[in-house]
Design a protein around this ligand. Structure first.
Ligand SMILES: Cc1ncc(COP(=O)(O)O)c(C=O)c1O
Length: 385
């Protein structure tokens, strides 16, 4: 199927229950908030699930050898990263995984660092596990590019900091951190003896041709030994509700602590998620490439429609299908106290930056058929008019 036809197809998501579209049920609001896309999952995944269902018996199941080989091969193919099957820990999601990392590392009251703005569950995870959140803001350079403020990063830490929570590629600013930035993080974590928990859920969604995702654990063996890398097929292949993710933890001691934190609390990843994961990493590459082409064109449309609107500044992502809108000037000039409500009143539902630690910003999800995106962007322009 030609790429545009495949992703242009509008599927009525209101026909089934679902978080993204149910939120505005009965209202004429286009949902461009929570991070899933309005595209059907690849046939290879649907077919694999169907074939497994045809067996009929859905009993308890652990990950199986060919699934683990698929992950080992994918890490080698995509990142030249030679991992061992025994480094894998299967999980029913990423959020549980970074909460587990907080729980596994350090003691009550120890510090967990996160840079803001950030995917909201990062901000809650330390307190959920009796740790202290230590945060510093990323900063925007003169070229509008988001990057690290190393001084603020270290100033946020103290001698009880134990864990560095990294999100790469980054949600919501869309950066794919480069070798130099990751090395600097590695240097800080080595000098301070921190464990790194690296959420790389968006690693399959790099849109810029000039950038490549680099798992921080591939920097060198000593960084790998202090890193819990978290990955999942859920964003790239649009299967988040199958709840299946995995951690790659090369160090045996760290892996043991992580597994220990799971005991009696974290269930196995579900069978259909595991089946889908194998299909995604084995057979999902062509679909992923077609998706990236489509998302690049969507990103260009966001740029075309929103680039020159007074009062807002748009960050287009290097990876992810999420654009990050700085609406602070607009909100101040127009006296808009509640940006979410303002956009919804104009027929478009965005994610509010307040939850990401960044009031005055909004996140726009452009992972949808182009005609829907065009209408959504027209509404955003109307809201800002
Ligand atoms: C950076 C990041 N991590 C984790 C998640 C959610 O992962 P899960 O649904 O597997 O808990 C998301 C979803 O948007 C995300 O953007």
């Amino acid at each position: 199927m030609a790429s545009t036809e495949e992703f242009d197809r509008i599927i009525d998501r209101r026909a089934v229950p679902g978080e993204k579209w149910s939120r505005f049920e009965g209202r004429d609001v286009i949902p461009m908030w929570v991070a899933d896309m309005d595209f059907a999952a690849p046939d290879a995944i649907i077919d694999a699930i169907r074939a497994r269902l045809d067996h009929g018996v859905l009993g308890y199941t652990d990950a199986w050898p060919s699934l683990e080989v698929a992950i080992v091969e994918a890490m080698h193919r995509d990142y030249a990263w030679p991992i061992e099957p025994q480094w894998l820990v299967w999980l029913p999601g990423m959020v549980s995984a970074f909460n587990l990392a907080c729980r596994a590392i350090g003691d009550d009251g120890d510090g967990v660092f996160s840079a803001t703005p950030i995917y909201p569950p990062f901000l809650g995870a330390p307190a959920n596990n009796r740790r202290r959140l230590q945060q510093a803001a990323l900063r925007q350079g003169d070229d509008q590019r988001w990057s690290w403020d190393w001084q603020a990063t270290e100033a946020a830490m103290d001698d009880r900091t134990r864990l560095f929570m990294l999100c790469n590629p980054h949600n919501p600013v869309g950066r794919v951190f480069d070798h130099r930035e990751l090395e600097q993080i590695g240097e800080i974590c080595t000098r301070r003896d921190l464990v790194i928990c690296s959420d790389e859920i968006h690693c399959g969604l790099v849109l810029d041709d000039t950038r490549r995702h680099l798992p921080i654990a591939t920097l060198d063996e000593s960084i790998a030994a202090r890193t819990i890398t978290l990955m999942a097929p859920s964003k790239t292949w649009n299967i988040p509700s199958l709840y299946c993710a995995f951690a790659i933890i090369p160090d045996q001691g760290l892996r043991r602590r992580f597994r220990h934190a799971m005991r009696g609390i974290v269930p196995h990843a579900n069978l259909l998620g595991l089946v889908a994961t194998e299909a995604a990493y084995r057979y999902g590459e062509d679909w992923r490439r077609r998706l990236l082409r489509y998302l690049r064109a969507n990103r260009a449309l966001v740029d075309e429609q929103l680039a020159n609107i007074p009062g807002i500044r748009v960050t287009l992502p290097e990876a992810t299908y999420l654009a990050w809108l700085d609406c602070r000037v607009f909100a101040r000039r127009r006296g808009v106290a509640d940006l979410s409500a303002h956009f919804e009143a104009h027929g478009v539902g965005l994610s509010d930056g307040r939850a990401f630690g960044a009031p005055g910003f909004m996140r726009l999800n452009f992972g949808c058929p182009r005609p829907v995106l065009a209408e959504g962007l027209a509404r955003v322009r109307d809201a800002l008019g």
